[in-house]
Design a protein around this ligand. Structure first.
Ligand code: OXD
Ligand code: MN
Length: 603
């Protein structure tokens, strides 16, 4: 077998050496490339993909060192129906995950992976989720036959030789990935190799291992992200008493210069990336970003809940992002970025997507690679098209982004998209109630996702597709975390709804940079300021407690935004109760009692 560098010089980790050796035998690659994570390696792979017609180099002056990929139209998003949690017992995976008997699944995977890298290079990528050496961080190694994956992993994680120096002879999470498109008898490669009819994204939680076959896209293929940092990490977190969450982390500084950190979980299409990079409308307030998607949190030496972002890059949805809606995201992707399935201009070769500018450029090539007519019904960029960019390029990166201790979390925010019932903001009575707020997260579906628009979808903790074990046990784990420190050290928990509508169907709250006004109220709550009223559903802002100075909204808006219709909220509680029934006796009694208490108070 031809290696780019001798295996025994690259690592002396016995588990890693035998895993690589076994997989060479199984996958039958033509060559093996052990990644060092260098810029030269990245540049050479990109150069190779451009010359093979797999990538388009964007104009060097307009967008230096940036590339565009157009995927197979059948490989454009995470595939939840092909995602499995193969715990030994079905009950361990719970009612919200797909499950198959692990030995059966192993057999099927063995057949699929057998010879799947013929004619290709097998890349081995050591990566750290979290700052190297942090006691909250963990190490994985991904094997893949996709150069696109190697380059994306270099942006999304801390990757390469430096990780092996930290790993030494310790255990790592093995992540095996193949696009499932072997090149037999010198067959020519194609632009986006994949195998959509044979997709499997499989997790073995007891073994802490990941197998992904058939897709080259995003969360299916960049295994550090959803597969490791959420599904497998949630199991590790349960076993080791920490939290792996689908949350952004933001630093908020008040005009007096005091900085606090908030973490927030929202289902998709609720503006998580925009909130993480918010440009505050209130003078003197500052927001900085630690992460936009995933938070790992652990009670620290000081007994506060400490959070790190395990990722090193953004893998953000492009459409809708503009210098107006999210200038900090736009500045983060000005160079050294990868774009997937966006449109591009033919003449100067730069990227474009819906709402990036008011009017589309005249010479657009769409995400299929065809000329796009501005009158077309179909969007030029795929609705799930993405940018991959280093967080270090974000102009508002938080100074503690690399802090191995993590940042202390003062508030946890849950939320969803609801046109009624749920007020703009309220605060949980305590950690148990906060856990119920997380469990009760639900959101109305938007046109961005498949299916009926406006339908209510339960998405507990925004973790529905990402929890690696029984979600009922996950709720119990949250309650346990609350018992690991004193209540004054625990973050306060809030629920927000930016999306309430008036009778005419218009959003009442302006959102975006104005959300700082709601964050300011939460900030004050975490300071112990008495600016809330106790109500049956939690603490609501006192009249005039939310700073709306300089905000032009109709005079009764705040009243409507903060109103609670007791009957409607009672029905909401009944709906949650019904939803929780599926967890049977895994649903914690403490939450049942809290729910009953709230129902009683609403009666
Ligand atoms: C994501 C997701 O891509 O949550 O971040 O689906
Ligand atoms: Mn996400």
């Amino acid at each position: 077998m031809q290696f780019n560098t001798p295996l025994d010089k690259w690592t002396s980790n016995p588990q890693l050496i035998s895993w690589i050796t076994e997989n060479i035998a199984l996958l039958s690659p033509k060559k093996v490339h052990l990644c060092d994570g260098s810029q030269e390696e990245y540049d050479a792979l990109m150069h190779q993909m451009v010359s093979q017609g797999k990538a388009i180099k964007l104009d060097e002056k307009k967008r230096p060192n940036s590339f565009l990929f157009l995927s197979n139209p059948d490989d454009v998003a995470r595939v939840e129906e092909c995602t499995f949690i193969c715990s030994k017992k079905k009950i361990e995976a719970g009612p919200t995950n797909n499950w198959e008997e692990p030995e059966e699944m192993k057999k099927r995977l063995k057949e699929l992976f057998s010879g799947s890298m013929e004619g290709r290079t097998m890349y081995v990528i050591p990566f750290s989720m979290g700052p190297l050496g942090s006691n909250i961080a963990h190490i994985g190694v991904q094997i893949t036959d996709s150069e696109y994956v190697v380059c994306n992993m270099r942006i999304m994680t801390r990757m390469g030789k430096k990780v092996l120096d930290v790993l030494k002879n310790d255990r790592f999470v093995p992540c095996l990935h193949s696009v499932g498109y072997p090149l037999k008898d010198n067959q020519e490669d194609i632009k986006w190799p994949c195998s959509p009819e044979n997709r499997y994204i499989v997790h073995f939680p007891e073994e802490r291992s990941i197998f992904s076959f058939g897709s080259g896209y995003g969360g299916n293929a960049l295994l550090g992200k959803k597969c490791f940092a959420l599904r497998i990490a949630s199991v590790m977190a349960r076993d080791e008493m920490w939290l792996a969450e689908h949350m952004l982390i933001m630093g908020i500084t008040n005009p007096e210069g005091k900085r606090k950190y908030f973490a927030a979980a929202f289902p998709s299409a609720c503006g998580k990336t925009n909130l993480a990079m918010l440009a505050p409308s209130l003078p003197g307030w500052k927001v900085e970003v630690v992460g936009d998607d995933i938070a790992w949190m652990k009670i620290g030496k000081d007994n506060t809940l400490r959070a790190i972002n395990p990722e090193a890059g953004f893998f953000g949805v492009a459409p809708g992002t503009s210098y107006e809606t999210n200038p900090n995201a736009m500045k983060s992707i000005e160079k050294n970025s990868i774009f997937t399935n966006v449109a591009h201009t033919e003449k100067e070769v730069d990227v474009w997507w819906e709402k990036m500018t008011k009017a589309p450029p005249s010479d657009l090539i769409d995400w299929y690679g065809k000329k796009w007519d501005s009158g077309s019904e179909k969007p030029a960029a795929h609705p799930n098209s993405r940018f991959t960019a280093p967080i270090s390029q974000c102009p508002i990166i938080d100074p503690s982004f690399e802090d191995p201790e993590g940042v202390p979390i003062s508030a946890i925010i849950f939320g969803g998209r609801r046109d009624g019932v749920i007020p703009l903001v309220y605060e949980a009575f305590d950690w148990t109630h906060g856990t119920l707020l997380g469990a009760g997260v639900s959101s109305q579906t938007t046109a961005a996702a498949k299916g009926q628009v406006g339908k209510l979808r339960h998405d507990p903790f925004a973790m529905l597709p990402f929890c690696g074990y029984n979600m009922g046990d996950y709720f119990a784990h949250w309650l346990n975390i609350g018992k690991q420190t004193s209540s004054d050290k625990l973050p306060k928990v809030f629920y927000v709804n930016w999306f309430r509508k008036d009778d005419a169907g218009n959003f009442i709250w302006p959102g975006f940079g104005e959300n700082i006004r709601v964050l300011k109220w939460m900030f004050e709550r975490t300071e112990g300021i008495n600016n809330a009223d106790e109500t049956p559903i939690g603490y609501l802002p006192k009249k005039d407690a939310i700073d709306i100075s300089g905000l032009k909204i109709p005079s009764n808006s705040m009243e409507i935004l903060l109103s609670v219709d007791k009957k409607a909220f009672y029905d909401e509680m009944l709906d949650q109760e019904k939803y929780f029934e599926m967890f049977e006796d895994h649903f914690p009694n403490e939450l049942k009692e809290m729910l009953s208490k709230i129902k009683k108070a609403l009666k």
